[in-house]
Design a protein around this ligand. Structure first.
Ligand code: ACO
Length: 443
């Protein structure tokens, strides 16, 4: 059962697994593919055609939906790498824009490439002025994520010269536009929610600095970006840039697989990220810490998290892939202290509370047995709060950073010769065929 695509040949491990259908006694060999790292995969693409069976895997716990070169995660050990570079290395050394280049091109840029890329990104930072009207249509108290979904989706109506996805140049312009405009869109969502005038981008500033200025500057006084805050912002952006096939990225890929407009696909990703089981957890963590309030109430909440009849879960704990410490959470845990020191925050009760909650949970048999560790959202909110962001902006910041991952994965998918429309199958449990009953005869 050989596959025809060259990529499959590249990934062939040479071995196979045998499926025995005990009902018929028939036997099928399924090829095994091997990536450059991570578990081997059983290639079931021809399974239905050859056997008449589907596979059943709600939540895709055992299913690779694509092949990719961007990001590698070993959740058992707690490893995250982009094109081979560890997240710790990138978070310590790289500017976010370098990581964007890395995700889009597969290599870190040299000086000339980075200058050019910086130019492309800054060139597209402004929004079409008519997009401002979208903001004005929202209630003042609208959640900024609601605004993000709408405005990013609306980009699809404004930039027709970057949406012929069959043209490599237009695809690249679309990726530049998205990365460049996201900080402007996010900062404007914040400004609208607090009733302050929009602040236009300044292209002489670095990506993180420009975003901070658009968020926090007001026209009536000079705003100087604090280097400590800019460093922390850059690190948060780097840590959230991509995370292989998570719910929002898989959403972007599946939306894009029908050849839909890239900005509309990213809006779908933002919608998926918003949920508290995904990116919305950073906001939920802070709300949870404030609800717990003091260390003496931790045990009450731990008890609730373990109670299957209580919907409460420990937010910022657990991960589908990491069965060890999320390496991004480890970086943030450290940098949280640094940021607070740099900002002169001598005492942050929420950080003390979070650390104590982590300590108690990690000694608790329930969490140990299930390998539930803090994820990236556990410590990000405390850092963002210290930087001056309101909780409602936390998931927006995640979306801002993840946009590069979404658009890089979208581009990889569109450029994949094996790409087909995403169309899962199902295990049907509804009624079998029956005949229409006229209303007068229904009991
Ligand atoms: N608190 C209490 N129990 C938990 C938690 C938690 N935070 N997370 C998982 N569990 C329990 C489950 O109840 C389940 O227990 P069981 O085996 O007795 O039924 C077991 O651990 C396995 O959890 P699943 O829900 O099957 O794991 P899944 O991979 O489907 O979910 C998820 C992962 C959604 C992240 C989950 O751990 C969760 O809801 N965590 C809290 C929300 C959160 O922090 N989300 C952010 C994720 S990171 C990100 O998206 C950036």
């Amino acid at each position: 059962m050989q596959q025809t695509s060259p990529k499959s040949a590249e990934a062939q491990a040479g071995d196979h697994v045998t499926l025995i259908d005990h009902a018929t006694g028939r036997q099928f060999d399924l090829p095994v593919l091997e990536g450059t790292d991570g578990p081997k995969v059983i290639d079931i693409r021809r399974l239905y055609r050859d056997t008449g069976y589907f596979t059943y895997d709600p939540g895709f716990t055992s299913t690779a939906s694509c092949d990719s070169r961007l990001t590698f995660i070993d959740g058992e050990v707690g490893i995250l790498r982009h094109h081979g570079y560890s997240i710790e290395d990138l978070a310590a050394n790289a500017r976010f824009v370098e990581v964007c280049y890395l995700l889009l091109h597969g290599e870190l840029p040299n000086k000339k490439e980075l200058d050019e890329f910086d130019h492309h990104i800054t060139y597209h930072t402004m929004l079409h002025e008519q997009l401002n009207y979208f903001y004005r249509g929202f209630r003042r108290d609208a959640h900024p994520m609601a605004i993000m979904v709408a405005v990013v989706g609306a980009l699809s109506a404004f930039y027709h010269d970057s949406t012929d996805i069959t043209d490599p140049y237009q695809r690249m312009v679309a990726t530049h536009r998205l990365i460049a405009k996201m900080p402007t869109i996010a900062a404007m969502a914040y400004k609208y929610s607090v009733g302050q005038p929009f602040v236009y981008p300044r292209n002489d500033l670095d990506y993180a600095e420009n975003f901070l200025r658009m968020t926090f500057a007001v026209p009536c006084e000079e705003y100087v970006v604090k280097p400590a805050v800019a460093r922390a912002m850059n690190r948060i952006l780097v840590l959230h840039a991509d995370h292989e096939q998570n719910a929002s990225t898989a959403t972007v890929r599946i939306a894009g697989s029908s050849a839909a407009n890239p900005f509309a696909c990213v809006a779908a990703g933002i919608a998926s990220l918003w949920g508290p089981a995904h990116g919305g957890a950073n906001e939920a963590v802070l709300n949870m810490l404030m609800q717990i309030g003091s260390k003496d109430r931790i045990s009450e909440f731990i008890k609730r998290a373990k109670d299957k009849n209580d919907p409460f879960r420990l937010m910022g704990f657990g991960h589908r892939v990491y069965k060890n410490y999320d390496p991004r959470a480890a970086v943030l845990r450290e940098s949280c202290h640094e940021v607070l020191n740099d900002l002169g925050v001598a005492d942050e009760p929420l950080l003390d509370l979070a650390m104590e909650l982590e300590r108690i949970a990690r000694e608790d048999e329930y969490f140990v047995e299930r390998k539930l560790f803090p994820n990236v959202d556990f410590y990000s909110g405390i850092t963002l709060k210290a930087m001056g962001f309101p909780t409602s902006m936390f998931t927006v910041l995640f979306a801002l950073a993840r946009s590069v991952g979404w658009v890089a994965q979208w581009k990889e998918m569109i450029e994949d010769p094996d790409q087909r429309i995403g169309r899962p199958r199902q295990l049907y449990l509804g009624e079998t065929a029956r005949t229409y009953v006229p209303l007068s005869e229904r009991g």
